[in-house]
Design a protein around this ligand. Structure first.
Ligand SMILES: Cc1cc2nc3c(=O)[nH]c(=O)nc-3n(C[C@H](O)[C@H](O)[C@H](O)COP(=O)(O)OP(=O)(O)OC[C@H]3O[C@@H](n4cnc5c(N)ncnc54)[C@H](O)[C@@H]3O)c2cc1C
Length: 231
């Protein structure tokens, strides 16, 4: 396994997996699934807070975990199985491995390999119009409400909550967030969600530019985010 980042390096806060995802993982690698399940927080309800009204719906089994913790589990499992892990190595081409019988490229949404062989893979990647910024907070949420910004909020460990703020491009532009740096963006979001944060701070993934910049989601199949939404 060849990875350009450092070991245990990741951006993002928590990640959630549905019960169906955990079932699939249990089938593929019960050891890893067991460790993840033990480390995760599990919940079943999703709440939608809109204009002061709260709609709670059940039956959405989810588990949440910090991304670093998840990587720790996966990397330790690789080592246990004898997989050689090579970090801080940026792969420029699949031809860097002439001895390999098979090269499995899993280099994410901006995959160089997929782009190189675009005529074969025929990728269907759509950049979605909304902007989002990925933050975290130690405030564990109970209630909130706001206009055309929405927050996707999910607890992933005992004292930290993922906090993704999303809005349409035109709203983002109108607030001049295209000119806001990380600090100004955080200040904006803290003010916007002040009633909900009740004095708690929002946190960035400052080590990674992509971690807490205003990005667009890209769609190339399925994507799952969010346990609670405040609009
Ligand atoms: C804000 C946000 C929230 C999300 N929340 C969730 C969630 O809660 N639950 C969920 O299931 N999914 C979530 N997702 C989606 C999830 O993150 C992706 O579906 C998943 O990470 C895709 O995995 P991947 O292995 O294809 O790519 P990645 O996770 O991007 O992994 C690709 C890896 O390849 C490495 N790499 C890339 N290029 C090179 C190179 N040239 N040389 C060496 N290494 C390279 C990268 O450093 C990276 O480690 C979220 C996504 C976003 C943006």
């Amino acid at each position: 396994m060849v990875e350009r980042n450092k070991p245990y390096d990741t951006f993002g806060w928590g990640v959630v997996f549905s019960d169906a995802t955990m079932d699939n993982m249990r089938r593929c690698d019960p050891v890893t699934a067991g460790e993840i399940q033990a480390a995760f927080n599990h919940w079943d309800d999703i709440e939608l807070h809109f204009k002061g009204e709260v709609i709670r719906s059940g039956g959405h089994g989810f588990v949440g975990i910090g991304r670093k913790k998840l990587l720790n589990i996966l990397q330790a499992r690789c080592e246990e199985l004898g997989v050689k892990l090579v970090f801080e190595a940026d792969v420029t081409s699949d031809t860097e491995f002439p001895d390999a019988d098979l090269v499995v490229a899993c280099d994410g949404i901006n995959s160089r390999i997929r782009e190189k062989y675009a005529d074969v893979f025929k990728p269907d990647v759509v950049v979605r119009p909304n902007r989002y910024i990925w933050l975290g907070t130690h405030k564990l949420f109970e209630k909130t409400e706001h206009g055309w910004f929405q927050a996707h909020i999910y607890k992933f460990d005992e004292n930290t909550t993922t906090f993704i703020v999303e809005c349409p491009e035109e709203v983002w532009q109108a607030h001049r967030l295209d000119q806001a740096d990380q600090e100004a963006s955080i200040a904006f979001c803290e003010k916007l969600f002040a009633a909900n944060l009740q004095g708690a701070k929002l946190m960035t993934n400052s080590r990674h530019l992509r971690g807490s910049a205003w990005l667009n989601f890209q769609h190339s199949g399925t994507c799952s985010t969010g346990a609670a939404r405040w609009c």
